[in-house]
Design a protein around this ligand. Sequence first.
Ligand code: CA
Length: 672
Amino acid sequence: MKEVFGVEEFETAFYYDGNDLGSVYTKEATHFRVWAPTASRVLLHLYKEGAGDNLITSIDMKKDVGGTWYYKAFGDLDGVYYTYLVTVGGVTQEAVDIYARAVGVNGMRGMVVDLKKTNPLGWAEDKPPLCRSMTDAIIYELHIRDLSSDIESGILHKGKYLGLTEKGTVNSEGLSTGLSHLIELGITHLHLLPAFDYSSVDEAAADTGEFNWGYDPENYNVPEGSYSTNPYRGEVRIREFKEMVHALHNNNISVVMDVVYNHTAKTIDSNFNKIVPDYYYRKEGDRFSNGSGCGNETASERVMVRKFIVDSVVYWATEYKIDGFRFDLMALHDIDTMNQVREALDKVRPNILIYGEGWTGGHTPLPMSKRALKINASSLNNIALFSDDMRDGIKGSVFAAWERGFVNGRWEMEETIKFGIVASTEHTEINYSKVNYSHAPWAASPTQTINYASAHDNLSLWDKLSSSNKEDSILTRIQMNKLASAIILTAQGIPFFQAGEEILRSKVKEDGTFDHNSYKSSDFVNSIKWGTKGEAIEVYNYYKGLIAFRKAHPSLRMKTTKEIQERLTFIRGLDANVVAFWIRKDIESKSERKTHSLPLDLYVCKSTQMGAKDDREIFVIHNANRYEVEVDLPAGSWDVYIDGEKAGLEALYTIGEVAVISPISALVLVKS
Ligand code: CA
């Protein structure tokens, strides 16, 4: 059978392009439609509950157009659970609708849902905060449990969606935690680790503290149940997820979902495979290929797989008003699929963020030229990729705890840092042969690069510095951490950091060692320790100041490569381990560069998300040496806004002619 899949005749004959797959609810009737072109029979089972022996009825579905099976059930079915019994080649298996919008406990059955009833108060008026460019985003990567599970969070709904709706929470020292912490910090985008229904955590035992990152997809179009207050009733997790989004939007924070369409938790017995055996996955001979490293990989190049991915993100962006998507192992998806995702989301709202990992998790049969790889970025339309060049160049490889980078003492990293500063784009003043990984620019535009020093994978930034620089004092390591953040937050492109980096987050296991892969570790390891915020308050204030400064200066968020080439110049003739650049005035700022025009009648950019605009010239110096250095300044006087100690919107002091930069620190100047 598998030879048929992917053949053009099959793809054309059995393509279904309707928008009614799944169960479509109205008060009078519910329409069920499932794509199962190889099935000889499909039965619809209706149940009272999401689990257990409570079948209401079993109904034969009718074969319909484009390989689909259809049934119209009269009556109000809101809250009725359902499955499909699909017979292929004489084998009958019970599956959950892959388009299910609600499910019962542990996602074992779909549920018909009246989505209107799940909208929280004020939802119709909820307007996602929008900005003029993807480079305006400042992304904070968070696991839902981590924000609230610590006792010191002061949050009532620990580990839940609702924990993100609680404002005004504090730790025992009275310092803000949770949502209020995020608002004060000033991030624009909250990136949530997988929050669609995944399979690893037993939702029936969610309060026993089971933890998982959630990269094991079960039901793609449904929120995960363990973060809800009631995983048994399908509508509860939907409403609570929306309440979370609404609370964040009300505070000018956009929401990004981490999506994992590249593989499913189960393979042979997944819902995909029970409904249309072998269609959804790539195979090599009889074996499921395993480019994800998790047992299988989906075949995005097939029309109905591609449609599923596009339909799914559009659904989240419309029904849940999601503002961005981070694609896990994006290079397992083909370029056409990713560009269709872009096109479809652009029709929902402008500037929905799309970014992903430009690599795979193992060998894939998808040809190199078709993969959404970092090196193929220029074929991806307005889609960003993580810069592992910057990530490792700044503090050493994620695969070698001992290895150092620019901020913590490795020599000859200047060109790598410069490459990150121009967001991996083309710039005549960079010697690409000296960049750590990429020996040519890979981003066509600064909107294509995510610059970062830490993420959920690998050691936290603080643990990395503690591992690579054991002999250095805590104060020295703090200077390294601050320099790393100053580099990321004054670079072009899109800055990103792991939750808690701003308070020196550490993930220490019960045995005292650092956890570099805490995907199923306990809350004890993973939680953000709010009790440590006070000790790290100077670092926290520094991040806060850097973020405010970035938001105030559009020159740090340029939209095109051409603009960076015209305005950003690197300073030559500096000491080793020093990088400096000068951003000159935007001569075209009055005429406003037109790259993305927003339909402002639909969604107005909330200016409060970015703050007042400061267009003055900027001069930035990063000194990674353990001694102070001097750098000649362009003529005129310069106000210091950021140095090794402080960062913010107030000028600290004014200098001219020569800048003196303290050991391991940044100096950021604005023309007086
Ligand atoms: Ca689940």
